[in-house]
Design a protein around this ligand. Structure first.
Ligand SMILES: Cc1ncc(COP(=O)(O)O)c(C=O)c1O
Length: 475
């Protein structure tokens, strides 16, 4: 039987799997950060699998391990200074393997009481870090920040226009509007499209010279749009933008949202981790005033992909948005009130997302994360200082470890020059960085983020040396 292998074959497979995981953890730093991938070569290797006959399990596993080594950007490499992709913690890798093996079904509480209670426990614990009352918070684990942001938009829409749940957007006499800065994540745009509001329902608010949302512009735009007959309902503020790690003035934005009676959602997918570090927490001042928060554990909490979180301090709204009744779902169990996750989220059948967060947090404790995040912050500061000392100009201002920079002269600020620098660094295999387009006068910049808790001073110095070399070659 090839679906359930025999005991001996299973043992051999588990052992090989464990060796592959351990080798990757130890040796990833010896690999080029970004291999030059060739789609034709990958497809040619895959052509050997027509599935007409069963493959040897060890050979098939070896093929997958080899492919992963060869053809991916190694985000787990300490010299990956890219987007918010983590090197997973040891405990979270074990958790994901365990989840695959036990495969709990998290649609209904009664099928997976332990798993649902673990997630609810985490929702309360993490929400408290943001200043929410754990006794009143509700939330759901999502596939990531995009789903959490979409959840926010849906929840805010149904709260503002309850009739939409039954009659759809045609029930409305005016256009619902969302406000976000141009630095906001584009999942908001997607969410507006998916909700049927359309991309034009997303109003971009101007940023100040520090790339933060301008609250005077926000207030003015809301007023103008109301006068024009539209219906503002949602403001999305950023706590750590994707491009430059900027934190919007959350307290001031909350004030405008309150005055205008709008739902405030804070996208803290990456920057929310600042809530775990006492000296960084003040940067998030005002976040507890938000109606809802997006936080991605698969970013700064360094667990494998597929771990986002939506939190709200308004109980009942998730169910109002997502609950449907069916004749086939298992009924709630337990002695007291319990949560059926399918009634509080977009997902139905789903994996136990929270276990990787739970095991990782259990093993590291808050103090383990605090130390790791503090280290990453220090590496960000070292990078910022080192780049300045080498004659680069830093163009973003954030306490978080994300540095955007350009050359000092006009020629070394052009998009073509900066893209050439990034391409050279990536092609060398020594490190991974990219360029980013920022709003206002800033334009294109090189972007380097400390995404990895294993990135040390020598890695930061190597990146500075690599960008310096690329600049010298190009000049
Ligand atoms: C600020 C922010 N929000 C939302 C998202 C979307 O998150 P995900 O990719 O986990 O869906 C990202 C992704 O990087 C992000 O940086």
């Amino acid at each position: 039987m090839t679906l359930m292998l025999e005991a001996e074959a299973r043992r051999a497979l588990w052992q090989r799997l464990q060796e592959a995981i351990e080798r990757y953890a130890v040796e990833v730093e010896t690999a080029p950060v970004a291999p030059a991938a060739d789609p034709a070569a990958i497809r040619e290797r895959l052509a050997g699998f027509d599935f007409a006959a069963p493959s040897d399990p060890l050979a098939a596993l070896g093929f997958a391990v080899d492919g992963l080594w060869r053809d991916q950007v190694h985000a787990a490499h300490p010299r990956y200074f890219g987007l918010f992709n983590p090197a997973p913690t040891t405990a979270s890798i074990a958790a994901d393997a365990l989840v695959a093996a036990f495969n709990p079904q998290l649609a209904a509480w009664s099928h997976s009481p332990f798993a649902v209670e673990v997630e609810q426990h985490l929702i309360r614990a993490l929400a408290e870090r943001f200043g929410y009352d754990p006794a009143r918070v509700e939330g759901s684990f999502t596939t990531g920040g995009a789903e959490a942001n979409q959840t926010a938009l849906q929840v805010a829409l149904i709260r503002a226009f309850p009739e939409v749940a039954r009659r759809g957007l045609l029930a409305l006499r005016s256009q619902p509007l969302v406000y976000v800065s141009p630095e906001g994540h584009h999942s908001i745009l997607k969410a507006a499209r998916l909700a049927g509001l359309g991309a034009e329902a997303v109003r971009e608010i101007r940023t100040d010279s520090r790339l933060r949302m301008r609250t005077d512009d926000l207030a003015a735009r809301i007023r103008e749009d109301r006068e024009a007959g539209s219906s503002p309902f949602l403001v999305v503020a950023n706590a750590g933008t994707t491009g430059s790690g900027i934190i919007d003035p959350l307290e001031e934005i909350a004030q405008v949202a309150d005055e205008e009676r709008l739902w405030l959602h804070v996208d803290a997918a990456w920057g929310g981790a600042a809530a775990l570090v006492p000296e960084l927490r003040p940067a998030l001042e005002g976040i507890a005033r938000a109606g809802s928060i997006t936080f991605d554990a698969h970013k700064q909490l360094s667990v494998p992909m597929g771990a986002g979180l939506f939190l709200t301090r308004h109980p009942g709204l998730l169910e109002r948005t997502f609950r449907v009744t069916t004749p086939y779902m298992p009924k709630e169990g337990g002695a007291g009130p319990v949560v059926d996750p399918y009634a509080q989220s977009m997902q139905w059948s789903r994996r136990f997302i929270g276990l990787k967060v739970f095991l990782s947090l259990a093993v590291a404790g808050w103090e383990g994360y605090e130390a790791a995040l503090r280290h990453q912050t220090a590496m960000g500061d070292r990078l910022r200082d080192g780049l300045r000392a080498a004659g680069w100009t830093v163009v973003n201002e954030t306490p978080l470890p994300l540095v955007c920079f350009v050359g000092a002269e006009r020629e070394s600020r052009t998009p073509a020059f900066l893209e050439a620098v990034a391409a050279r660094v990536v092609a060398s295999g020594e490190a991974w960085i990219n360029t980013v387009g920022l709003s206002g006068d800033v334009g294109t910049a090189l972007r380097a983020c400390i995404t990895n808790y294993r990135t040390g001073p020598e890695d930061v110095d190597a990146l500075i040396a690599a960008v310096d070399r690329a600049r010298a070659d190009l000049c």
